[in-house]
Design a protein around this ligand. Sequence first.
Ligand code: FAD
Length: 575
Amino acid sequence: MLEHDVIIVGGGLAGCRAAVEIARTNHQLNIAIVAKTHPIRSHSVAAQGGMAASLKNVDTEDSWEAHAFDTVKGSDYLADQDAVEILTREAPDVVIDLEHMGVLFSRLEDGRIAQRAFGGHSHNRTCYAADKTGHAILHELVNNLRKYGVKIYQEWYVMRLILEDGEAKGVVMYRLLDGEIQVVRAKAVMFATGGYGRVYNTTSNDYASTGDGLAMTALAGLPLQDMEFVQFHPTGLYPVGVLISEAVRGEGAYLINSAGERFMERYAPSRMELAPRDITSRAIAYEIRAGRGIHPDGSAGGAFVHLDLRHMGKEKIMSRVPFCWEEAHRLVGVDAVTQPIPVRPTIHYCMGGIPVNTDCQVRSSDSTLVDGFFAAGETSCVSVHGANRLGSNSLLECVVYGKRAGASIARYVENRPLPQINEQKYIQEAQQKIQALLDQVGQYRIQTLRQTFQDTMTEFCGVFRTAELMQQGLNKLRELQQQYSQIYLDDKGKDWNTEIIEALELENLMVVGQIILASAFQRRESRGAHFREDYPLRDDTNFLQHTLAYYSQEQVNIQYRPVCITMFEPQERKY
Ligand SMILES: Cc1cc2nc3c(=O)[nH]c(=O)nc-3n(C[C@H](O)[C@H](O)[C@H](O)COP(=O)(O)OP(=O)(O)OC[C@H]3O[C@@H](n4cnc5c(N)ncnc54)[C@H](O)[C@@H]3O)c2cc1C
């Protein structure tokens, strides 16, 4: 059996930042990171627009309090305000710390870190490295892992969390290279496994964003929080769905419908294209529904709108958002200097996740914590984003709360013994699971079932929701779950069998999908990204609460826990 003081699942920003903090706090600890990709291929590497912090380099009027207010208002008042205070107060320090580690942020003329405008932020506070911010930060963090001697298990797939008697003891993992299965025991387990964009059929997320950490947590009997809040990013490149960063609008681009109007005037007159994402995505969806979308031949009634950068000029486009120009050019043949980019909303971010306290320890209920289990980053819900995340607050969350997770883990493992685990039991169970998949004489291909599942989630739990639609979605999902027991694999080998991984991921996607649908079905109000056509108003009397969803195969049980309100009383949300 493999042994470490700490095992971190996930090599993105949150996992890597936590590992660095643990090593800095106590360099004698034996730390390992497992990732099913290489760490620098984690989705964090694709983050484009930047990371918010009230450094006041561009806007001297900014403050952490203003950042906190924008975040809470953006969250439609569902964020926990104690967690938001930590996020926004600590932001300037974590940016400077990253810079000291070697991250190359873009600069102002006088050499200080540059800051741009972003949706829902009242001041220019987003720090960036052109439109490749995640790349700049993640590479530096991974370099630091090497410096601190963190052990990296790359291209190992974690199949299960070992949780016994309310204590996390380790994980079971599978090596892609040759199918070897190993149990790892550790004094603390941390999940930093990212989001679940692949639950839907069009997403800005990478192929690895399949919500594994969420599903493993739910399957271990622990709750997931606020899973109904799924973020649609307004500007997915049509038709592929990859992201055209909000930085493009932060630098001045317009959204235009088939009538040539800057239609955001109707939805958020004071913020226009820089309204928060839930409002902007819904505005685009309304325009398309009303027949003011655009067809590829330029006529009205199509499925996208235009993102117009032309007035920004070539020099600004190429220096501030070169990667977005390149994406549009490479993927759909549009030269954004002379042509508008076709865009429509795409699934982008998971506001909900594994509930944690502000020390990143996982909650088993409103009032109880799980021993030895921590989480941070997109897979966690602390909750700083509530019902809708503001752009550039996620990288910030990964770094602030990754660091805090590291500090609490370093304290937690001090003087703790390694847990006892029946290794053989877990190895056998994992071997049987893999063998059963290989032996199964089924009739459904994984890809076909996955596509039907993703289409189902998109159709029945998308931008606009009703009880009737979601009930149909839940029924359909039940059918698909039955089909899962009849999938077949073409590849029966052990070496580099990516089909096994796809099968395991599909099982996880379906668990996550069911929890999203069940949580959304029960929330009979509209708040942030969760929009119910049958309950179009926010209902603070009944639903100013976090959802806690407990999964079982028969059904998902829903409970609620209170929101922490310390600074800002809920108000009507207008822009
Ligand atoms: C295209 C794009 C652009 C974005 N731009 C911005 C931006 O400009 N600003 C901003 O604030 N946010 C942005 N975001 C959001 C932000 O990048 C992510 O929320 C954040 O990077 C998530 O980091 P993470 O560490 O939580 O997870 P990730 O970076 O997703 O890493 C997850 C890790 O977990 C591992 N893993 C998962 N499952 C398993 C398993 N079963 N076994 C082993 N390993 C596993 C993966 O291999 C990976 O290493 C963007 C997101 C996208 C998709």
